[in-house]
Ligand binder design. Sequence first.
Ligand SMILES: Cc1cc2nc3c(=O)[nH]c(=O)nc-3n(C[C@H](O)[C@H](O)[C@H](O)COP(=O)(O)OP(=O)(O)OC[C@H]3O[C@@H](n4cnc5c(N)ncnc54)[C@H](O)[C@@H]3O)c2cc1C
Ligand SMILES: NC(=O)c1ccc[n+]([C@@H]2O[C@H](COP(=O)([O-])OP(=O)(O)OC[C@H]3O[C@@H](n4cnc5c(N)ncnc54)[C@H](O)[C@@H]3O)[C@@H](O)[C@H]2O)c1
Length: 458
Amino acid sequence: MSYQYDLFVIGAGSGGVRASRVAAAKGYKVAVAEGSALGGTCVNIGCVPKKLFVYGSEFGHGFEQAAGFGWSTTGASFDWSVLRDNKTKEIERLNGIYSNMLNNAGVNIISGFASFVDEHTVEVNGVQYSAERILIAVGAKPFIPEFAGSEFVVSSNEMFFLDELPKKALVVGGGYIAVEFAGILNGLGVDTTLAYRGDQLLRGFDQDVREFASEEYRKSGIDVRLNTDVKAIELADVTKPDGERIVHFKDGHSETFGLILYATGRVPNVDKLSLEKAGIETGKNGAVKVDNNFTTSASSVFALGDVTDNIQLTPVAIKEAMALIGYWFDGKEIDFDYDNIPTAVFSQPSIGTVGLSEQEAEKRGLDFRVYQTDFRPMKHTLSGSTERALMKLLVNNADDKVIGAHMVGDYSGEIMQGLGVALKAGATKADFDATVGVHPTSAEEFVTFSDAALKPKK
Ligand SMILES: Cc1cc2nc3c(=O)[nH]c(=O)nc-3n(C[C@H](O)[C@H](O)[C@H](O)COP(=O)(O)OP(=O)(O)OC[C@H]3O[C@@H](n4cnc5c(N)ncnc54)[C@H](O)[C@@H]3O)c2cc1C
Ligand SMILES: NC(=O)c1ccc[n+]([C@@H]2O[C@H](COP(=O)([O-])OP(=O)(O)OC[C@H]3O[C@@H](n4cnc5c(N)ncnc54)[C@H](O)[C@@H]3O)[C@@H](O)[C@H]2O)c1
């Protein structure tokens, strides 16, 4: 049976771009369909524009702290449209780079949303394309619960294109996106409330990190409200759909906000795919089910990245794509290692983490010890800020291996990349101790932990 393409990729995001580019470079005839902008979520409405907004927002605190270092910043003001539009220009530049990269690799870029006709055929804009292999890399989309007035909220998608910033905003949720956007808004001068229905933000992170970060967010000016849930939302004035919203909370009180962001998770983006036509099985929230080799229930169809609802991070989608390339071209069975994946939350202060949390180590029944410290970073001895940093190292007693590293504080994402290598390589506490520190940094705390920093056992 002959097909038009060796590989048809659906979705030119983090995973799809990597898979199509490398497969084409290795000699496959490849097409990629993209219904929106090249680069996917991360480049257009995720990691990249978010980080640019974080940089913009950090100046807000920077100006406050500059006086202690001798700077006078009277008259500094912020223009949202400049940040928003410069960000958009930069993203358009990246879109162009992605387009060139794919074209140069010989990938045929098809603009439009694809859907399955059968397990070897997809349709885009009414045209059918056949392929020996099809890769689903369509990512995820925001999930907003249904309730009275849910149409008056925005998701992270809209946050990148707001006409103007509100004076007062409510962010609902307690995960990565909620705390990152609460930090962005707060730094840009918006009166920001972060409401989370549970006991503590950032479920799944180390409990000390969660509590410490939450307190730091409060100190930075965010009104963090735990055990708080929204019942209904209505317009303050029905003739002004873009105007203020009244939020009725479940505890009975009501409050007015100019903008409400729901950051309540993301679900696989499978609606437009007609997966049933190719006999592709899905699980919770429509996640495409795959085996170890990212093969779906249809043997010619593969899936990776956020659409499989595993770990939703760009470097994970990219590494999965590279593993799949190895499987296709070198016949290497995939045994993807999801342990020790470093990750950062770009809140203010930021969080970096790799390996096990204390709670996860306990759940696994490990015998381990914890080194922990919190301190005022050197910068804040002059800045006037009361911000503190937290560092924590978990060590397995049986073999002295470091099994978890956690930090709340400036540069923790940058620091965690190196520690990720150390944990992956199986470094022991003795290896950390034998490493010379970089001075003066916060990071050096990770290689100078002594018994004095041991956390008492519960
Ligand atoms: C606000 C935000 C901030 C984030 N920040 C970070 C971060 O700092 N670090 C990090 O590691 N991760 C971050 N992420 C997560 C990261 O963006 C995702 O994990 C990553 O983009 C997943 O890659 P993917 O290839 O699975 O899908 P995506 O990058 O989402 O790409 C999927 C593509 O498929 C297209 N598509 C969908 N359906 C079809 C169809 N039927 N036909 C054709 N095309 C289709 C979409 O338009 C999209 O371009 C963030 C996410 C968000 C929302
Ligand atoms: N820095 C990064 O690497 C980064 C940044 C942003 C997003 N991401 C990825 O994108 C994923 C999605 O981010 P996210 O923040 O949307 O999801 P999340 O899963 O991290 O957090 C969702 C939050 O919403 C809450 N929630 C769910 N349903 C709710 C409801 N009905 N009412 C109130 N609260 C509700 C959850 O309890 C949770 O706190 C993340 O898990 C992460 O993998 C990564």
